[in-house]
Design a protein. Structure first.
Length: 346
């Protein structure tokens, strides 16, 4: 066992407190990681505020983890002490079902074990990355390429893979018109991936405020959704809309922006159900879909792709005592574009 300082909330919407917890004894295939940086995902806020229900408290959020291997179990083969590594949204899966075998552990039939706010297969609660140390089975650890510094690498472990994976799956590529809806932590990375994959990229944000940065990230066009003309001008335009918005939207209005056979893919995950009119689908043979993070193999591919294409998040590094304030600022959309906790301040 090893003790580690963490930031934890005792109940929904409670402020963060510094506590000490124990991480498990290393199993043969486990890795002990000294965490250097931990990104703040909007999912951390949905969870710590128990907006999705079923929250397990006390809770230590954090699934955008970048750190250094501090110790390895006796049967670990992929990593040695000192390696720069990342851990994302999941820390275990059965490893045997068809989805695990095809590298889509997020859809494990036994139930993938989330990095925090979950019970592992021994029934123990999992605690995430707002922490100095974490123990993870090597199967769920990925390698951070040398050219990526630790602070910017951390948000890639969730925001990066959550946008890269659906853009690949729904074939964002040359000739395709792709809209990125919402320009926050996920959205600003989605623009960069869609551009690098060769698609024609349009950003749909509430205001014109982020236009200059959107163009720097690789957008070809930018529209404000607060302007009703936007919906007339863009009707029937897109092959793919990637919705990264954390709140409920007028789904029909966005479906009207799809071409025939176009797809609206949701990664944004508001706590309350959305509504839409089936005719919005029927009249254009359109689809609504969703996507969950990505598998481990694809997470490594995304990191290597990011390194190769110079794709990094724009971050604001904060101290451990600033997390409550950072949550408030994310809720006000006052973040450009990801908060990252410097774990040395914990
Ligand atoms: P974020 O940084 O807060 O970005 C969300 C963006 O949505 C904001 O920047 C804003 O963009 C837009 N937005 C916020 N409130 C809105 C409202 N009321 N109406 C319209 N637009 C609004 O959050 P994030 O970390 O990128 O996460 C986004 C969502 O993805 C969250 O719901 C999170 O839980 C979910 N998520 C899902 C997965 C998955 O696997 N599916 C993984 C990670 C995260 P503009 O200012 O440009 O309008
Ligand atoms: Zn996340």
């Amino acid at each position: 066992m090893c003790n580690t300082h963490v930031l934890s909330v005792s109940s929904a919407k409670a402020p963060f407190e510094k506590k000490t917890i124990e991480r498990r004894e290393l199993r043969p295939d486990d890795i002990l990681i000294d965490i250097k940086y931990s990104g703040i995902c909007h999912s951390d806020i949905h969870s710590a505020h128990d907006e999705w229900g079923g929250g397990i408290f006390p809770m230590v959020p954090g699934h955008e983890i970048a750190g250094v291997v501090a110790a390895v179990g006796s049967e670990v083969t992929k990593f040695v002490v000192g390696d720069r590594v990342g851990v994302g949204c999941f820390v275990d899966s059965c490893g045997e079902c068809e989805y695990c075998l095809s590298g889509e552990e997020q859809f494990c039939m036994k139930g993938v074990v989330s990095t925090y706010n979950a019970l592992d297969y021994d029934g123990q609660p999992t605690y995430g990355g707002y922490s100095q140390k974490i123990v993870v089975t090597e199967r769920f650890v990925v390698r951070i390429p040398d050219v990526l510094s630790m602070d910017v690498a951390s948000p890639l472990l969730c925001a990066g893979i959550t946008t890269y994976s659906p853009l690949k799956h729904w074939n964002a590529s040359p000739g395709k018109k792709v809209a990125i809806l919402g320009m926050g932590g996920l959205g600003h990375l989605a623009i960069q991936y869609a551009h690098a994959l060769g698609a024609e990229v349009t950003v749909l944000s509430r205001s014109m405020n982020k236009k200059n940065e959107a163009m720097e990230f690789g957008a070809d066009h930018y529209f404000a959704t607060s302007d009703p003309n936007t919906f007339n001008e863009l009707a029937g335009r897109f092959d793919l809309i990637l919705n990264t918005v954390s709140a409920n939207l007028d789904v029909d209005a966005y479906l009207s922006l799809l071409r025939i056979d176009g797809t609206l893919v949701n990664v944004g995950a508001p706590g309350k159900p959305d509504q839409y009119n089936v005719f919005s689908l029927i009249m254009g043979r359109r689809s609504i879909a969703g996507s969950l993070v990505g598998g481990i193999r694809e997470t490594q591919e995304m990191l290597d792709f990011s390194a190769q294409h110079g794709i990094v998040p724009k971050i604001e590094v904060i101290r451990a005592d600033q997390v409550d304030e950072a949550y408030e600022r994310v809720l006000q959309s006052d973040v450009r574009y990801r908060f990252v906790i410097d774990i040395s301040t914990l």
